[in-house]
Write a protein that binds this ligand. Structure first.
Ligand code: HEC
Ligand code: HEC
Length: 388
């Protein structure tokens, strides 16, 4: 299998080098193109179950390039580079025909640094160097225990700059949970790949040949519908009980918590951001102002670089509307020393400063909150340097 893909790759390279015409006669006489069209598997696992790094993905279907640069993320983006995303051609065809990801779908994400920010065409973000490689595969056969049967891999080594030969699947908490909670189509972020959303269930023919090029305007209710989650698996419901805390700087029961937030006493915390700044999260709305206050327990733990923050750690985030008027609070309180994938955290988000029943979530282990927060320092996303 490995040998065969090597032959294929070098065959293609020869075709490219010789020009397409030169390839045609050779194709009709050799059995190689047969292999190309019959190829259905685009990855291979070694005997330990690790993924052997796929090599020919730049010849697959290219679906898009999201970029989340540092400049737009308070100088410290979780993933500061371009992400060139490719899908294997057979899975693309299957998705176009059926609107589903087939068994064996593989998407590769190649990380490219932000290079120059100016060109003759104007200022912008231009791709620099290749810096990393990740993959995700859906297979019930190979990954029966992964959520959604999607397994996630990385080959990146930022220290040596050498890609690993093989990669092991990450734990579900590192990758699956954010994809499950936020991606539009069965763990895949098709909302950022118009190539895929246009292809979904298109049937025969080529979606790229349609002439209409202006986006349809969706009604606000259609947008809300798209965003609403199914109740059975509501990601905003708590998944663990909130323990009684003998003492806590910030209460973890709704009535005392709301009274505490209304009192504004958290503003006495010594560690706090000095001013409102645009949120890079979804709280109220992307880009609206927020300000974060830390109690002493978590501030010290963050400044010490602790991997897990101790019980009693508490953070309050004020959320403002477009006129800088306080509109609600988001709260995290550690109710035990271990994080336990987020169950050791109490999560609260209230979207009114006068009506305590208006909440996005309350309780321990809220998957919807954790999905974004897992990339933080034991769930804390804010930049610790802001309080130094
Ligand atoms: C905080 C949320 C989050 C976490 C955690 C996360 N991802 Fe993603 N991932 C995204 C977003 C958003 C996209 C699409 C936009 C982009 O690439 O910036 C994406 C895209 C991808 C893609 C391209 C295919 C697709 O599903 O859209 C791959 C492959 C991928 N991520 C791998 C990983 C791996 C491996 C991990 C764990 C080490 C991981 N991701 C963890 C948010 C996340
Ligand atoms: C789509 C991603 C996302 C989701 C979902 C999310 N957050 Fe956040 N959260 C962030 C980001 C990013 C920050 C950093 C500050 C900012 O930019 O607003 C943050 C900051 C916070 C803070 C301040 C402490 C910190 O970690 O920086 C609290 C408290 C908080 N979020 C609570 C919650 C709660 C409760 C939920 C669930 C109801 C939730 N978050 C859901 C992205 C998210």
């Amino acid at each position: 299998m490995k040998m065969r893909s090597k032959t294929l790759a070098s065959g293609l390279a020869i075709c490219l080098a010789m020009g397409l015409l030169a390839c045609q006669p050779q194709s009709s006489n050799s059995s190689e193109p047969e292999t190309v069209s019959k190829k259905t598997s685009f990855y291979e696992l070694d005997s330990t179950g690790a993924l052997i790094r796929p090599t020919d993905y730049r010849t697959w279907v290219f679906v898009g390039t999201p970029v989340t640069p540092n400049d737009l993320n308070n100088g410290k983006a979780p993933f500061p580079e371009f992400h060139n995303v490719y899908i294997d051609p057979v899975s693309y065809e299957h998705y176009k025909a059926t609107g589903q990801w087939r068994e064996g779908t593989i998407l590769m994400k190649e990380l490219v640094s932000v290079g120059t920010k100016a060109a003759v065409s104007g200022n912008g973000y231009f791709m620099g160097e290749f810096i990393g490689l990740e993959a995700t595969i859906k297979s019930a056969k190979d990954f029966p225990n992964e959520p959604g049967n999607w397994a996630y891999f990385s080959f990146t080594n930022p220290e040596t700059g050498i890609l690993a030969e093989t990669g092991n699947a990450f734990e579900a908490a590192s990758c699956n949970s954010c994809h499950e909670g936020n991606a539009q189509d069965d763990f895949v972020f098709t909302q950022y790949y118009p190539v895929l959303s246009a292809a979904k269930g298109y049937g025969a023919g080529s979606p790229e040949n349609v002439s209409r090029r202006t986006a349809e305007k969706k009604s606000p209710s259609a947008v809300a519908q798209d965003q609403s989650m199914d109740d059975e698996n509501d990601p905003w419901m708590a998944t663990a009980p909130t323990p009684e805390l003998a003492s806590s700087d910030v209460p973890v029961k709704l009535d005392p918590l709301f009274a505490y937030l209304q009192s504004g006493n958290y503003r006495k915390f010594k560690y706090q951001e000095s001013e409102n700044h645009p949120s890079i999260g979804p709280h109220t709305q992307l880009g609206l102002p927020v300000r974060v206050y830390y109690n002493e327990t978590i501030a010290k733990s963050l400044l010490d670089g602790q991997k897990e923050h101790p019980k009693g750690s508490a953070v309050v985030k004020e959320m403002f509307d477009a006129d800088n008027i306080l509109a609600g609070w988001a709260v995290m309180v550690k109710t035990q020393d271990t994080s336990d994938g987020g169950k050791g955290w109490f999560w609260y988000e209230g979207i009114s400063v006068s009506d305590k029943t208006k909440m996005a979530a309350i309780g321990n282990g809220v998957p919807g909150c954790q999905s974004c927060h897992t990339i933080g320092s034991d769930m804390v996303r804010s930049n610790v340097s802001a309080i130094q």
